[in-house]
Design a protein around this ligand. Structure first.
Ligand SMILES: NC(=O)c1ccc[n+]([C@@H]2O[C@H](COP(=O)([O-])OP(=O)(O)OC[C@H]3O[C@@H](n4cnc5c(N)ncnc54)[C@H](O)[C@@H]3O)[C@@H](O)[C@H]2O)c1
Length: 319
């Protein structure tokens, strides 16, 4: 299968490219404008890298030649950034992705996988959240993901492009050094001997999913392209306080925690019901949080030079 991955040099993309190349049955084209990276990425031999922007029609028409499936990961994914200025996420995640859908249709791509989000899109809903619930985004980022989900549904129904929307929960794991998500930020703070900052009282929950499980879920969607919306999480809630306790155990280090005021745009609690993805895609995450954090911690220790070169960012909620 020939797969084009937009945003393939990012956190999830890097892990997905490596996973698909290792499988040996995919020809992978990676498209990325490297907007979140300082360095040119290194991919395993068979993957072809194209440096470009997915809103560039000429580049995309060339990238889409002979492609069977698109995994569309490229996006602006900062929740707090989108609250500060809602326009950039609208322009890229909605207008840009709408154009890409049209180009994929014109190129006769069979399957289009749209990376979406659970918590930021559903808002404050009863947990566990499911695909059947009415969305109620709290941030412009969540709204932008909801808008393009609508176009994916329409392109499936009206034009026969098999669009699958995968709503990712809170993803963590190796190659996330540039991210500002809770796990990435906390681990960097621990290694730098800085206090951890929690916005709120720490009782808020997230459904943390190890990236290795996520990329297997994306592959499951590629091989069973059944149009619709699927939540990919671990299926368990973890309070931020619990996350910090596990990080203390995994790292073997002591650190302090500073509590600050809750920020608007962030949901208090998310926890995904993953039974639809289990049933219809054969999705089966297996990495529990302690195991996944051990692997992530090891990656951060081994790659400190690379991620430390990026300037220290204030903690913010990604995706
Ligand atoms: N990481 C999470 O926890 C999470 C949760 C829910 C949803 N998501 C979604 O998953 C997708 C991937 O997330 P990620 O964590 O890997 O993010 P990331 O920022 O690490 O990766 C995104 C990549 O897209 C590239 N990119 C951005 N704009 C581009 C453009 N105009 N043209 C080409 N490339 C461009 C960036 O350079 C980057 O490499 C996003 O759509 C995000 O909204 C992520």
């Amino acid at each position: 299968m020939r797969v084009l991955i937009t945003g393939g040099a990012g956190f999830i993309g890097t892990n997905l490219v490596n996973h698909l190349v290792q499988r040996g049955t995919y020809q992978v084209v990676v498209l990325d404008n490297l907007s979140t990276h300082q360095q040119h990425p290194r991919f395993p031999g068979p993957a072809r890298f194209v440096h470009g922007d997915f809103t560039n029609k000429a580049i995309m028409a060339e990238c889409l030649e002979n492609i069977d499936a698109v995994v569309h990961l490229a996006a602006l994914s900062g929740v707090i950034d989108s609250v500060e200025d809602p326009r950039p996420s609208f322009e890229l995640n909605v207008v840009g992705s709408f154009q890409l859908l049209g180009l994929a249709r014109a190129a006769r791509v069979t399957c289009f996988i749209n990376a979406s989000t659970g918590g930021a899109l559903l808002g404050e809903s009863a947990v566990p959240i499911s695909e059947a619930m009415a969305p109620n985004p709290l941030s412009p980022y969540g709204a932008s993901k909801l808008a393009i989900e609508g176009y994916c549904s329409a392109f499936s129904a009206a034009y026969g492009l098999q669009c699958l929307t995968l709503r990712f929960s809170n993803i963590y794991g190796p190659s996330s050094g540039h991210k500002r998500s809770a796990v990435a930020t906390f681990i960097k703070n621990i290694i730098r001997k800085e206090p951890l900052v929690i916005y709120g009282d720490g009782s808020q929950t997230r459904d943390f999913l190890y990236v290795g499980d996520l990329v297997r879920g994306i592959e499951a969607a590629l091989v069973r392209p059944s149009p619709g919306t699927y939540q990919l999480g671990f299926g368990q809630p973890t309070a931020l306080q619990t996350l910090t306790s596990i990080l203390q155990k995994v790292s073997g280090r002591n650190f302090s925690i500073r509590y600050e005021r809750h920020r608007s745009g962030e949901v208090h609690s998310t926890w995904c019901d993953i039974s639809k993805a289990r049933r219809e895609l054969g999705y089966a995450p297996t990495t529990d949080l302690e195991d996944g954090l051990r692997q992530t911690w090891a990656w951060y220790l081994e790659n400190q030079d690379a991620w430390d070169r990026q300037s220290a960012q204030p903690p913010a909620a990604d995706s």
